[in-house]
Design a binder for this molecule. Structure first.
Ligand code: F6P
Length: 345
């Protein structure tokens, strides 16, 4: 009987368990055995895996996180780790691997595939929605819904206290969460990495809004936003970086709030949403997309189509080369940001 391995790598997100469940169900129907690899690439390096059956994947559809665990390990940096992966992959009898992850995980998958170490199918996940080759990576809609709910809550208290609240959301290099949650939550200013703004212009816009009689404002900022006249303080080289060299963002909202208070005199508070955006129950959309991706990924294994990633184009699940998905980041389109500008301060 043929064996499919599955791993989840990089940042977790809501919807991962729906992919795992779908892969197991579809694979069993097709006569495969499924092995779950623990903690991303670490599980292949350390030979930490277990058979996934119906029992192991029952009752997980509505659970956030990943029952397999995850890690941010980059084995390509370390030849002994690649060697361990090669040996353990062979020893386990896995015929094909389904790698569920974002750009870093899929880049590793592609490297190992090109070196003929694994046969792989990729499944895109990312709350940042920054992967190319797909209109959508699951996890994003849940994150946007959580952030929108938080903005709604912060709106009411900002209004009562006549304050400005700067709300920091995730998004290292792309502002998809800030843009969509900001539009949905009626933000007055949305700041994203793709559209650098000057701190003075932000303050002028807020003052103009207050001149029109508004006594509060909501500013939504992506953690990786670039603001002229401000450092994105936590993203400097001295900050800890993960195995892929990714900096740990967080904290730009504090710097923005200080400047706003200084330049406008309006009382300004900060709320950093952080990992709340990644935790908990996936929304229905992410469960459905995760399920569709999982089923299609098994079909690709059956069709011997490797080095590919399942992808959403419009409402259809399609297939692209992993190489295409990791080539460039999918950044916010200017036309979409222009819509947010209609409602700016
Ligand atoms: O890549 C997804 C993401 O949630 C980013 O938006 C964020 O910067 C990063 O992961 C946080 O990673 P960690 O969980 O390692 O703090």
């Amino acid at each position: 009987m043929k064996k499919i391995g599955i791993l989840t790598g990089g940042a977790d997100c809501p919807g991962l368990n729906s992919v795992i469940r779908a892969v197991v169900r579809k694979a069993m129907l097709e006569g495969y055995v499924v092995t779950g690899i623990k903690n991303g690439w670490s599980g292949l390096i350390e030979n930490d895996m277990r058979i996934l059956d119906l029992k192991a994947t029952s009752g997980i559809l509505d659970k956030g996180g990943t029952i397999l665990g995850t890690s941010r390990i980059n084995p390509l940096k370390d030849p002994p780790k690649v060697k361990a992966i090669k040996e353990n992959y062979k020893r386990s009898g896995i015929d094909a691997l389904i790698a569920v992850g974002g750009e870093d995980t899929l880049r590793v998958a592609l490297g190992l595939y090109r070196d003929k170490i694994i046969r792989v199918v990729g499944v895109p996940k990312s709350i940042d929605n920054a992967l190319s080759g797909t209109d959508y990576a699951f996890g994003f809609d849940t994150a946007v819904n959580i952030a929108t709910e938080c903005i709604d809550r912060l709106h009411t208290t900002a209004e009562s206290h006549h304050r400005i609240i700067v709300i920091e959301v995730m998004g290292r290099y792309t502002g998809w969460i800030a843009l969509e949650a900001g539009i949905a939550g009626g933000a007055d200013i949305i700041l994203i990495p793709e559209m650098p703004m000057n701190i003075n212009d932000i303050c002028v816009a807020l003052k103009n809004r207050h001149k029109r009689g508004k006594t509060f404002s909501i500013v939504v900022v992506a953690e990786g936003a670039k603001i002229d006249g401000l450092d994105n303080e936590r993203a400097k080289d001295k900050e800890p970086r993960d195995d892929f060299g990714q900096p740990r963002f967080g904290g730009i909202s504090e710097a923005i709030a200080r400047k706003i208070e200084e330049q406008t005199g309006y009382e300004t508070r900060v709320s950093v949403l952080g990992h709340i955006q990644r935790g908990g129950t996936p929304v229905a959309y992410d469960r459905v997309i995760g399920t569709r991706f999982g089923v299609r990924a098994v079909e690709l294994v059956k069709e011997n189509k490797f080095g590919k990633m399942v992808s959403l184009r419009g409402n259809r699940v399609r297939v692209v080369d992993i190489a295409e998905a990791v080539k460039t980041r999918k950044t916010v389109d200017p036309w979409f940001y222009d819509i947010a500008k209609v409602f700016s301060a």
